[in-house]
Design a binder for this molecule. Sequence first.
Ligand SMILES: *Cc1c(COP(=O)(O)O)cnc(C)c1O
Ligand SMILES: [Zn+2]
Length: 417
Amino acid sequence: MSYLKGLRCRECGREYPKQALYVCEYCFGSLEAVYDYDGIKKILTREKIIKGPKSLWRYRELLPIDGNPSAGFYSGFTPLVKADILARELGVRELYVKDDSVCHPTWSFKDRVVAVALSRARELGFDTVACASTGNLANSVAANAAWAGFKRYIFIPANLEKAKIIGTLVYLPNLIAVNGNYDDVNRLCAEIAAKYRWGFVNINLRAYYAEGSKTFGFEIAEQLGWRAPQHIVAPAASGSLITKIWKALKEFEKLGLLESKVETKIHCAQPEGCSPISTAIQTGAEVIRPVKPSTIAKSLAIGNPADGYYAKDVVQASGGSAGIVSDEEIREGIKLLARTEGIFTETAGGVTVAAAKKLIREGKLPKEESIVLAITGSGLKTQEAIQDSVGQAAEIEANLAAFEDKVMKKNPVAAGR
Ligand SMILES: *Cc1c(COP(=O)(O)O)cnc(C)c1O
Ligand SMILES: [Zn+2]
């Protein structure tokens, strides 16, 4: 049973059939999935969701496929960690970490969007899938396409972290490293997508792909006991995740699945070296000015964000704010989350933690209100970013005297840490 009615232009409202389409042919606006909410309301209850699979497919009725899913069976349903130690350190009362650093199978929230995109790609008859990626999407498309049996072409900027390159190559895709930044890669892919009949997950399948991000928001609300938190801090690259977290909460509200109205403020976190959305929000500018990225947060290095305006609108409509943090603050953010909650996140997560710290100091995240931090990827993929700032192992000979001499005598504090 499908509740997906079609696609609709987000700008002019024109409707389109549910095919692989890139943009509105009249105004070049981006397209969005449209659902039969009346039909969904009749069958989707909390009880049905709770009894569903322990994956993002528990929200299947609100995802844009016609039949059964065919990828990402184990993706999503990641922990919502009550972060009391970090809360104490930051001086706030109720803090949670939504931890997609452990999302299956490639340790980032991109496994959510790819689960949906590849399921739809199969329904639309593609035998080849492709993507333009800042790293995590490359890992996830490569892994899921290997499993689902698609041919796969992955395009990345050549300067990505080693783990993101090896963590893509291991799945035997055609990996193309482009000399340029993500925006150059994306432009090239738009040209390729116009010529080859491939399912580009974030180009001609983008309307479907993007909906996968809603499950991050659905899970937060469900795991909080069918309640929307007062604040969510999320990192932005294209800005899509931010818009979809908001859409998720609004859909749950519309379907009567929440305890109370959504009064969540959405806060946008970006790195200093690539902050087009956060800068526009902070300065009150109408226009989002594209930038040339230069940041250790490579997963967020999109200088010309496709969903920038929509993300800015969501932040402003919700009463949220924006944070901008330096590379050094990102490193400190990564280490702070590791030291307090035992969670090793990648640079994007460091951006979220560091931005939250700043926004708490500025009073934009009030100390008495509930806050969720969106931790979107794993630190094992971006070790370069912190390798020079985490200290070193004490190297010793294999005997007790050496241990006592080099560790216990020399550095009893470190030993007991
Ligand atoms: C892609 C990505 C983001 C940002 O996603 P958008 O939807 O493009 O804003 C955030 N964190 C990580 C780890 C990512 O890989
Ligand atoms: Zn249009």
